[in-house]
Write a protein that binds this ligand. Structure first.
Ligand code: SF4
Ligand code: SF4
Ligand code: FES
Length: 258
C-alpha cells in the first residue's frame, strides 16, 4: 500500500537550480514541483534551464528532455504522447491540462509545472487518483443488458442513437475536470465529480444499455450528483473540449422529469 509521508501544511520550499551546461542561447526556465516520499522532507520547486534546441513543441517534450538529459529522477506519468491515454494530466501555468497536448510555445516566459491539484502526491508530478478510479468503478462503466441472449450477439444501434454519445465517448478520464472543480476539492469522497458523472451520463445515454433507471437512481443518492454547483471550471479545463457541466445538467434534468 502507498504510504504518504508529507506532513500536513508543509510549505513548498525553493529547490535545486539546474543551470544550463550547453551554452545555448535558446533557453527556457522551467519550475517543477518535486516531492520524494523516501526523502521525508518538504516539497520543493526545482528550476531547470532547458535548451529548447532540438526539443519538441509540447511541455511533455520538455519534461522528457529534463529526465533524459538533466535529472533522471524526475517522475511523471505519460504513455501515448498523443492525447489519448490521459495519463500525462498535470497543472501547467495554473491550468489543468495534458502535457503532451500543451505547446510550450504558447507560454510566454517561464513555465510552472505542478501535479493535478487537491490530490495526495505520490511522487513529483504523480498524483494519487485511486479515489477517482474507485468512483469510476462504482458507476459500472460497461454495457449492461438484462437479456442473456443479447450478451451473445451484436447489439445494433441506429445512427441517431449513436450520435447521442458524441461529446461523451471521447472522455479519456484524465481527471483535469474533476481536479479543477471546487466542489470535488471539498467533497471528493462523497461527490462523484465531473469526470465520473460525465461517464455515468455516457452509459445512461446509451440506447443499448438496459439499466438506465438503476443507473440514474444510483447517481441521485445524496451528494453524488448534487455536489455540483454549476461553477463550470470543469468544462473550461477539459483538454478534449468536452462539456461535463452540461452532462451533469442533463442528469439533473432527467432525474427531475423521470
Ligand atoms: S459545474 Fe459542477 S462539476 Fe463542473 S466545476 Fe462546477 S461544481 Fe464542479
Ligand atoms: S471530461 Fe475532459 S477533462 Fe474530464 S476526464 Fe474526460 S477528458 Fe478529462
Ligand atoms: S501521454 Fe497520453 S494523453 Fe498525454
Amino acid at each position: 500500500m502507498v504510504q504518504f509521508n508529507l506532513p500536513k501544511n508543509s510549505k513548498v520550499l525553493k529547490g535545486i537550480y539546474f543551470k544550463d551546461r550547453t551554452g545555448s542561447k535558446n533557453i527556457k526556465k522551467v519550475h517543477v514541483y518535486r516531492w520524494d516520499p523516501e526523502k521525508k522532507g518538504n516539497p520543493t520547486i526545482d528550476t531547470f534551464e532547458v535548451d529548447l534546441t532540438n526539443c519538441g513543441n509540447k511541455v511533455l517534450d520538455i519534461l522528457n528532455k529534463i529526465k533524459n538529459e538533466i535529472d533522471p529522477s524526475l517522475t511523471y506519468r505519460r504513455s501515448c504522447a498523443h492525447g489519448v491515454c490521459g495519463s500525462c494530466a498535470m497543472n501547467i501555468d495554473g491550468v489543468n491540462t495534458l502535457s503532451c497536448m500543451k505547446s510550450h510555445k504558447d507560454i510566454n516566459g517561464e513555465i510552472n509545472i505542478y501535479p493535478l491539484p487537491h490530490l495526495k502526491v505520490i511522487k513529483d508530478l504523480v498524483a494519487d487518483l485511486s479515489t477517482l478510479y474507485r468512483q469510476y468503478e462504482s458507476i459500472q462503466p460497461w454495457l449492461k443488458t438484462k437479456d442473456n441472449k443479447s450478451k451473445k450477439i451484436e447489439i445494433n444501434q441506429s445512427k441517431e442513437n449513436r450520435k447521442k454519445l458524441d461529446g461523451l465517448y471521447e472522455c479519456i478520464m484524465c481527471a483535469c475536470c474533476s481536479t479543477s472543480c471546487p466542489s470535488y476539492w471539498w467533497n471528493g469522497e462523497k461527490y462523484l465529480g465531473p469526470a465520473v458523472l460525465l461517464q455515468a451520463y455516457r452509459w445512461i445515454s446509451d440506447s443499448r444499455d438496459e439499466e438506465r433507471k438503476e443507473r440514474l437512481k444510483a447517481v441521485s443518492e445524496k451528494l453524488k450528483l448534487y455536489g455540483c454547483h454549476t461553477i463550470m471550471n470543469c468544462t473550461n479545463s477539459c483538454p478534449k473540449g468536452l462539456n461535463p457541466a452540461k452532462a451533469i445538467g442533463s442528469l439533473k434534468k432527467m432525474l427531475a422529469t423521470n
